[in-house]
Design a protein. Structure first.
Length: 64
């Protein structure tokens, strides 16, 4: 594995972690939210999960 590939893997992993940090509080506070706010929060979680899933797929492709 070359240095560029290693760097890309590290960057993707870091970005995945950043996304998880960003939405962690949202996930933990769903219960007391008003229904309208909960819909927005769930949409944010879905968007984050989609992004993470795409990055994991990229990692699988790169790291084969």
């Amino acid at each position: 594995m070359d240095d560029d590939t290693t760097e890309l893997i590290a960057r993707l992993g870091t970005r995945i972690g950043m996304i998880m940090e960003d939405v962690g509080e949202i996930a933990l506070t769903l219960g007391p939210m008003k229904p309208a706010d909960r819909v927005v929060a769930i949409n944010a979680l879905d968007k984050a999960a989609t992004a993470i899933s795409a990055m994991v797929a990229a990692l699988r492709t790169i790291d084969g």
